[in-house]
Design a protein around this ligand. Structure first.
Ligand SMILES: [Zn+2]
Length: 348
């Protein structure tokens, strides 16, 4: 076992303060495993940290990467269920407060003491990462690592679309923002039986929306040149969207969501950003709309998503634009920032 390894590290809270540097190979505790990373997705949040535009706390220096999978290279003394060589993927709640009421009721994703990989705890854009065994899930044998690396964003989409928005057969669903999470939400909405899945984007999203149309969405609307309200009048009973999923980080898109949702409809907001709103929420009251946030995921979503990946019911591969070695991290970050890539995965 080497003592150091190359890793993609954010070393300061400044624009472009990310580089490949040698870091110590982590030492594991009794209930942790050392994972030989075989796939790690680049998330929009990694790209935000690269540009220091994040709205969450980052402890530098930190190895980036929270969407990952690999093989168990070593298991701590107290680890019973996993052994060397096992193919696994990992949840993201690296540290949680076991005594917190939220943790004890299974909602550890919402525990205020939760600390995640890649911003407060060293992440997986490296050859090795240490992971508490409680976070691990087995990868079905027929799912390759570069697909298993997409389990985490699939779980974000599952939590938003299935657990929180509870899309039903026949629903008219709008997904605002065709980034990786929005596109995966569109796929999940279709799998949930939605009658219409409308992607809402702008001119620069065109090729991503075309990909979405091949992977579950039924319609793409460029909101700069097309009238969404006119589109909605032609769908379902014409009264608007049963469900709007807002996956953008722009606060202004919630105003569109309120405009497009039908009376007594539902909005799930999964994208976030620091900007204040700056518009009236009266439509929420007048239409008696339910507005719900969705954050992260828990154990049942992971098991379900992995079963769906194994059966082939869920296939996120249309959204996998680039697989690259760790050396190619910068092209992957820039490519996602510029919307040239939907999703990039690094294979350290
Ligand atoms: Zn992510």
């Amino acid at each position: 076992m080497p003592s150091t390894m190359p890793a993609v590290v954010q070393f300061a809270l400044q624009n472009r303060a990310v580089e490949l540097r040698e870091m110590a190979v982590p030492e594991i505790g009794a209930d942790e495993v050392l994972l030989r990373v075989r796939g790690v997705g680049v998330c929009g949040s990694d790209v935000h940290q690269y540009h220091n535009t994040q709205s969450w706390t980052v402890s530098v220096p930190v190895i980036l990467g929270h969407e990952f999978c690999g093989e168990v290279a070593a298991a701590g003394k107290a680890v019973k269920d996993f052994k060397e060589g096992d193919r696994v993927t990992s949840e993201t709640a690296a540290e949680i407060d076991f005594g917190s009421p939220l943790t004890r009721q299974g909602q550890y994703n919402l525990d205020p003491g939760r600390r995640g990989f890649g911003y407060e705890i060293h992440g997986a854009m490296a050859e090795y990462v240490k992971v508490p065994a409680r976070l691990l899930h087995r990868i079905p044998t027929n799912v390759p690592f570069e697909v298993a690396a997409l389990t985490e964003p699939c779980c974000v989409a599952y939590q938003a679309t299935v657990v929180n928005a509870r899309v039903k057969p026949g629903d008219v669903v709008i997904v605002i923002g065709p980034g990786p999470i929005g596109l995966l939400c569109a796929t999940m909405a279709r799998l949930s039986g939605a009658g219409h899945v409308v992607l809402a984007g702008i001119a620069r999203d065109r090729s991503r929306m075309e990909t979405g149309l091949r992977a579950g969405a039924t319609r793409a609307v460029d909101t700069q040149s097309q009238d969404m309200k006119a589109v909605l009048r032609s769908l379902g009973d014409g009264l608007g969207a049963d469900v709007v999923i807002d996956s953008t980080g722009a606060s202004a898109s919630l105003q569109n969501a309120l405009d497009w949702v039908r009376p007594a409809g539902h909005i799930t907001k999964v994208g976030w950003g620091p900007e204040p709103m700056g518009f009236s929420m009266d439509a929420l009251v007048k239409k008696a709309v339910t507005l719900q946030g969705s954050f992260s995921h828990t154990w049942p979503a992971w098991e379900r998503v992995l079963q769906m990946l194994g059966s082939g019911q869920l296939d996120p591969r249309p959204y996998l634009s680039k697989v690259s070695s760790l050396d190619g991290w910068k092209d992957c970050f820039d490519g996602m920032h510029e919307a040239r890539y939907i999703k990039a995965v690094l294979t350290p």
